[in-house]
Unconditional design. Structure first.
Length: 75
């Protein structure tokens, strides 16, 4: 059973995903953003939050869920 790390970054998630993709010789994976949806309080995300990374998955050595990266921290 593979271990699945889940990493959280504050402010540089997109750059970290690009860096690790390069380190492991992988294509840059699809990156899901917060987008124009609503936050946990039911209110729409502010414009500066909408382009932040919500989730991305980097496949390493053929393991589909081997390396996950998660969102910027929203306060």
């Amino acid at each position: 059973m593979p271990i699945t790390p889940y990493l959280v970054f504050n402010g540089n998630t997109r750059e970290a995903i690009q860096y690790y993709a390069k380190v492991f010789g992988q294509d840059i994976p699809e990156i899901m953003e917060f987008g124009p949806g609503n936050g946990p309080d039911g209110q729409p995300f502010e414009k500066d939050v909408q382009s932040l990374v919500l989730h991305s998955q980097l496949i390493v050595h053929g393991h589909a869920s081997c390396f996950l990266m998660r969102c910027h921290m929203i306060r």
